[in-house]
Design a protein around this ligand. Structure first.
Ligand SMILES: [Zn+2]
Length: 153
């Protein structure tokens, strides 16, 4: 059981398969930050796969694997498996797009987003106004839930 970094998808293919539109030319591209909902604050390095949100939401990582972990709430091995970079799972080859999540990981994502949504609903019921950031985060939750449900459609 080994992690094979060379089997990670190339950054442009990966981020586009994640549904992001990469804008601009050159090594660094601009796209939306799915972590806080910024429309053009994420910068992506097309060579290394590094990603960083310039809006200060704290989202950043060194490669596509770190993005897969953060975006889908996966541990290292599950994320590496999803990207075809984990040897020993009986899935040789070099996929150009992420594989669907394992069902257990998908359920973890759904559970997390459902909890987050329930907390927000509770706050509203108590008369607490949601901040702009909270509202954006809820939209991200809805997107992630849709993303997961489409995998199993
Ligand atoms: Zn951000």
């Amino acid at each position: 059981m080994t992690f094979i970094r060379e089997n990670l998808p190339d950054p442009v293919s990966y981020f586009e398969a994640e549904g992001l539109k990469l804008q601009g030319k050159g090594r660094w591209r601009t796209t939306e930050c799915t972590f806080h909902g910024g429309s053009d604050s994420m910068r992506i390095n097309t060579l290394s796969g590094a990603w960083v949100c310039m809006a200060g939401c704290g989202a950043r990582g060194g490669d596509v694997l770190a993005h897969q972990m953060a975006e889908h709430g996966l541990d290292f091995i599950t994320a590496a498996q999803a990207l075809g970079a984990w040897k020993g799972d009986g899935k040789p080859g070099k996929p150009h797009r992420p594989k669907p999540l394992p069902a257990t990981a998908a359920i973890q994502v759904l559970a997390f987003e459902a909890t987050l949504t329930a907390i927000a609903a509770g706050n509203i019921a108590q008369g607490v106004n949601l901040t702009h950031t909270d509202r954006d985060r809820l939209l991200v939750a809805a997107r992630r839930i849709n993303h997961v449900s489409e995998m199993f459609a």
